[in-house]
Design a protein around this ligand. Structure first.
Ligand code: CO8
Length: 259
C-alpha cells in the first residue's frame, strides 16, 4: 500500500497515530493535505478516539513543509484549492477535540514546524535536525495565522526575531525558547509521546477540550473570518514575478546542495 498518510487507531487506549508517508521528505502537496484532513475528520468522529500522535514514516525527516512545487509556476485553481485545504487542516488541527502530540522525528522546517505547532505538545529527536518558520529564507512571508500560532507558543518577541530571520532552531535552542517541549534520543521519541499522552488522557476530556477551546478558539476564529481574503492575498503574492524568482532560486539552491 502506498497511502500518503498512515493512520492506526488503538482501540484499547483510544490513541491514534498518524504518520506522514510521502517520501522522500513528506512535503505537503494538495493530495497529502487532503488526505490528512480526511483522516483527522474521521478520527474526530470516532467516539472512542481521544488522542492523536502525529509523526513521520521517514526517520530523519518529520516534514519539509509545503511542497514548493505547488507554489512554483502554479495554476490558479489548484493554488486556491491548495491554500484552502491548508487553512482547513490548520483550523481542524489547532482546534481539535483530541489531545495531540507531535513526535518530531527529524527535520521540521516551515509547514512542518506549523503542523507541529498545531499540536498540544511537541517532542523532538536529538541530532542535527532543525525546526522553525524559515519562510523569509525563501523570500516569502509567513501568513498572519502562522505567526499567531508561533506567538501563542513562544511569545511575541521571540517570534519577531525568529520570523524575520527565518530561524531554523537546533533541538537544544528550540527547547530553550519553548518551541518544543522535550528533546529525546531518536529511538525514544515514540515511547515518550505515548507516555506523555497518558498524562493528557488522565484529564476529563470535556474539561480539557473546553480549556483548549478558550485558549485557541479566538485564533481559529480570526482565520475563519478572513479566510477568503487570505486566499486572495496568498494567490496575489505568490504569483508575483519577484516571488516566483525567489522560489526558483531557492529550488536551485536545494538541488545544488546535493552535488
Ligand atoms: N518542496 C518541494 N520539494 C522539496 C521540498 C519542499 N518543501 N523539500 C525538499 N524537496 C525536494 C528536494 O528538492 C529534493 O529533490 P530532488 O531529489 O529532485 O533533487 C528532494 O526533495 C530531497 O531533498 P534533499 O535532498 O534536500 O533532502 P535532505 O534529506 O538532504 O534534506 C530537508 C531534507 C532538510 C527537509 C531539505 O530538503 C530542506 O531544507 N528542504 C526545504 C525545506 C523548506 O525550506 N521548506 C519550506 C517550504 S515553504 C512552507 O512550508 C510555508 C510556505 C508559506 C507560504 C506563504 C506565502 C504567502
Amino acid at each position: 500500500e502506498n497511502s500518503r498518510v498512515l493512520v492506526n487507531l488503538n482501540d484499547k487506549t483510544g490513541v491514534a497515530t498518524m504518520q506522514l508517508n510521502r517520501p522522500p521528505v513528506n512535503s505537503l502537496n494538495l493530495e497529502v493535505l487532503t488526505d490528512m484532513t480526511i483522516a483527522l475528520d474521521k478520527l474526530q468522529t470516532e467516539k472512542d478516539c481521544r488522542g492523536m500522535i502525529l509523526t513521520s514514516s521517514s526517520p530523519g525527516i518529520f516534514c519539509a513543509g509545503l511542497d514548493i512545487m505547488e507554489m512554483y509556476n502554479p495554476q490558479e485553481d489548484r493554488l486556491r484549492e491548495f491554500w484552502r485545504t491548508l487553512q482547513e487542516l490548520w483550523k481542524m488541527m489547532y482546534g481539535s477535540r483530541l489531545a495531540t502530540i507531535a513526535a518530531i522525528n527529524g527535520h521540521s522546517p516551515a509547514g512542518g514546524c506549523l503542523l507541529s505547532l498545531t499540536c498540544d505538545y511537541r517532542i523532538m529527536a536529538q541530532g542535527k535536525f532543525t525546526i522553525g518558520l524559515n519562510e523569509t529564507l525563501l523570500g516569502i512571508v509567513a501568513p498572519f495565522w502562522f505567526q499567531d500560532t508561533m506567538v501563542n507558543t513562544v511569545g511575541h518577541r521571540e517570534t519577531e526575531r525568529a520570523l524575520q530571520l527565518g530561524l531554523l532552531y537546533s533541538g537544544e535552542n528550540a527547547l530553550k525558547v519553548g518551541l518544543i517541549d522535550e528533546l529525546v534520543s531518536p529511538e525514544k521519541v515514540m515511547e515518550t509521546a505515548e507516555g506523555q499522552m497518558q498524562m493528557w488522557l488522565k484529564i476529563p476530556d470535556f474539561a480539557r477540550q473546553l480549556t483548549k477551546e478558550q485558549l485557541r478558539g479566538p485564533t481559529v476564529q480570526k482565520l475563519a473570518q478572513h479566510q477568503e481574503a487570505d486566499i486572495d492575498h496568498f494567490v496575489n503574492f505568490i504569483t508575483k514575478k519577484a516571488i516566483q524568482k525567489s522560489l526558483e532560486m531557492y529550488l536551485n539552491m536545494l538541488k545544488q546542495k546535493k552535488k
